[in-house]
Design a protein around this ligand. Structure first.
Ligand code: HEC
Length: 560
């Protein structure tokens, strides 16, 4: 596994700068970068478009579905035969089982000895880099596509289908490949790699400070050590030469109403284009950010948000579906109780995007369950609002509290004499503040808890705690900080694996693959992201409050 705490600096180990011949190689690569930045010849746009349809959609020139023949497994057609299925949107290839699908962008296919880029083709074997070959021509490309023979005369893996493409189609594919991932993405400077993190209004200033300080510390540490590796362990992949770039972090603070965020983001992006957005904070809407990232084709990796948009998009990756996931987990849990399930669930929430989203999700997932859902909107700021919302609760009811720590704090004063059969608290929203639950309610309270519990969780938090100590940073909000820490490790490994192929589409593809390798430092029991998925953690526990105030699992990990 590559994702390892040692890849973010922290352990005090000294390593000397590696061989000077590799420094020379680096110089060559720097020269290459300027070549890559050069303008491409004006394309014949209909030709490129035809190539794009073959590559991305599996549609041939006639408009009929593309047909591919595979020696062992017969014919595939249409989208399944599209080159993108294996070579990916970026053209940088992938790993299908144990078979390496090679990068086939123009930079790789047509490269000569002097300007050949290098890609890591198997992230499980960090020395497995793309193989050198003679430059392809249109004729040898045709032979590879039609007959499965590569430029050196070797028979290609039977996984690579053979296609009876016409000359026009071959030309179109070649034209498309020449433009595919041809230029480094915006945000990649000659010696700087620009990142941003985004903070929406209304976020707790303490949470903001904690996140930004951690990111700044990790960025400066990384920049100080990237050349000589002092203070961090060198991984085998570090031996592959690459251009050294300092990471730079901008903090984009949004203001005012969500409708205005799009314009604010566009202005910030215009002033400083970034390669990717990493982390981020919101306790309400995130949709405008999500839309902006999609529009700019900007990777937005793993923000700390409780209510991401339900509709997935290519460029935004999330830890989970947030409160909507909790709603589905709770519904599954209640349905599983069959006859013992409560007849009625009173759900209490604030009348904002987050609260409404959570309440709608629960209503939807309990549809047809025979369990009645009653909505109670929480009004005002003092305990009388919560008292009002809990009015008429009976010993047969379940209560779902979609409430943040501030609102939950009113519970002791607002709780009616009648204890409900069971009260559920949202783990995402409560942020570990369970001490506010009245004593009488304790045995009747459950938390829909989206993180790992017990020893395993503590073990996973170890490296975070050590790292924070090294940097003299406080531990304020463990769930948030574990996410930020994971993101920093993730970004380090991700960019390190990408070598000099700093293309945004490739970053997303690599992120998908890497998340599926799992990790030992996140607060979640398991992260995975099959191709096209955008939510990495897919379940939650129902947990109860033990006598010592700690949470313990009261159910299996429930994946709805
Ligand atoms: C089902 C998966 C799959 C699809 C679909 C696919 N390829 Fe491939 N392709 C491969 C694999 C695997 C290899 C590497 C084979 C090897 O090295 O033996 C490969 C290799 C190649 C090569 C040779 C690259 C080199 O480094 O020599 C070219 C060119 C190529 N593919 C073009 C295409 C084009 C164009 C399409 C779409 C029309 C396409 N492929 C669709 C799996 C696929």
């Amino acid at each position: 596994m590559l994702l390892h705490p040692a890849s973010v600096p922290g352990t005090r180990q000294e390593f000397s700068w590696f061989l000077s011949s590799q420094r020379l190689l680096l110089l060559c690569l720097v020269t290459l970068v300027s070549v890559v930045h050069a303008e491409l010849p004006a394309p014949d746009s209909t030709e490129v478009e035809l190539g794009r349809r073959i590559y991305m959609e599996g549609v041939s020139a006639s408009g009929a579905p593309l047909q591919g023949n595979r020696a062992n497994s017969g014919q595939i057609e249409g989208a399944a035969a599209a080159c993108e299925t294996c070579h990916r949107r970026s053209g940088m290839g992938s790993l299908e089982g144990n078979v390496v699908v090679t990068p086939i962008t123009g930079n790789f296919l047509f490269a000569t000895e002097e300007n050949r880029p290098i890609a890591l083709v198997d992230q499980r074997a960090p020395k497995n880099i793309s193989r050198a070959h003679a430059p392809y021509t249109e004729a040898s490309l045709a032979k590879a596509i039609r007959e499965g023979i590569n430029v050196s005369g070797r028979k290609l893996s039977p996984l690579m289908p053979q296609y009876a493409l016409t000359d026009v189609e071959i030309k179109a594919v070649a034209a498309y490949l020449k433009r595919l991932s041809a230029k480094l993405s915006p945000g990649v400077g000659e010696d700087t790699l620009h990142f941003a993190t985004i903070v929406t209004p209304g976020v707790d200033p303490k949470a903001r400070e904690v996140m930004v300080n951690m990111m700044r510390a990790a960025f400066s540490q990384r920049n100080a050590t990237q050349e000589n590796y002092s203070g961090r362990m060198r991984m085998p992949i570090d031996l592959i030469p690459r251009t050294l770039r300092n990471w730079q972090l901008s903090v984009w603070e949004l203001q005012g109403a969500p409708e205005t965020w799009g314009a604010q983001l566009a202005e910030k992006y215009r002033q400083e284009p970034v390669f990717a957005v990493i982390s981020g904070l919101s306790n309400g809407s995130w949709t405008p950010v999500h839309n902006f990232c999609q529009q700019e084709k900007l990777p937005c990796l793993l923000p700390n948000v409780t209510s991401p948009p339900a509709e997935t998009a290519f460029y935004s990756l999330y830890y989970s579906r947030g409160v909507a996931l909790e709603a589905d987990v709770l519904a599954r849990h209640l349905r599983n109780q069959e006859k013992k399930a409560p007849q009625r669930v009173l759900q209490i929430y604030r009348d904002d995007e987050l609260g409404k989203g959570a309440a709608e999700a629960l209503t939807k997932s309990l549809h047809d369950s025979g369990i009645q859902v009653e909505n109670r909107v929480l009004q005002g700021q003092d305990p009388s609002g919560l008292k009002q919302a809990l009015k008429g609760v009976s010993s047969k009811d379940a209560v779902m509290l979609w409430l943040n720590p501030t609102d939950l704090a009113a519970l002791k004063k607002a709780a009616p004499k009648q204890v409900p059969a069971i009260a559920y608290v949202s783990g995402f929203l409560a942020e570990e503040s369970y001490s506010v639950v009245p004593k009488k309610w304790n045995a009747h309270t459950r938390v829909v808890y989206p993180y790992e519990l017990g020893e395993k969780r503590q073990k996973n938090a170890q490296s975070l705690k050590k790292w924070l100590q090294t940097w003299n940073l406080p531990l304020v909000n463990e769930a948030l900080q574990t996410e930020v820490f994971f993101n920093l490790l993730f970004l380090t490994d991700l960019t390190s694996q990408m070598l000099d192929n700093l293309y945004r589409d490739y970053m997303i593809e690599r992120a998908e693959d890497m998340l599926s390798l799992g990790s030992n430092v996140s607060a979640y029991p398991h992260l995975s992201m099959a191709r096209g998925q955008r939510f990495a953690s897919k379940g939650a526990y129902i947990a109860r409050l033990a006598k010592d105030g700690k949470l313990v699992a009261d159910s299996e990990w429930i994946v709805p």
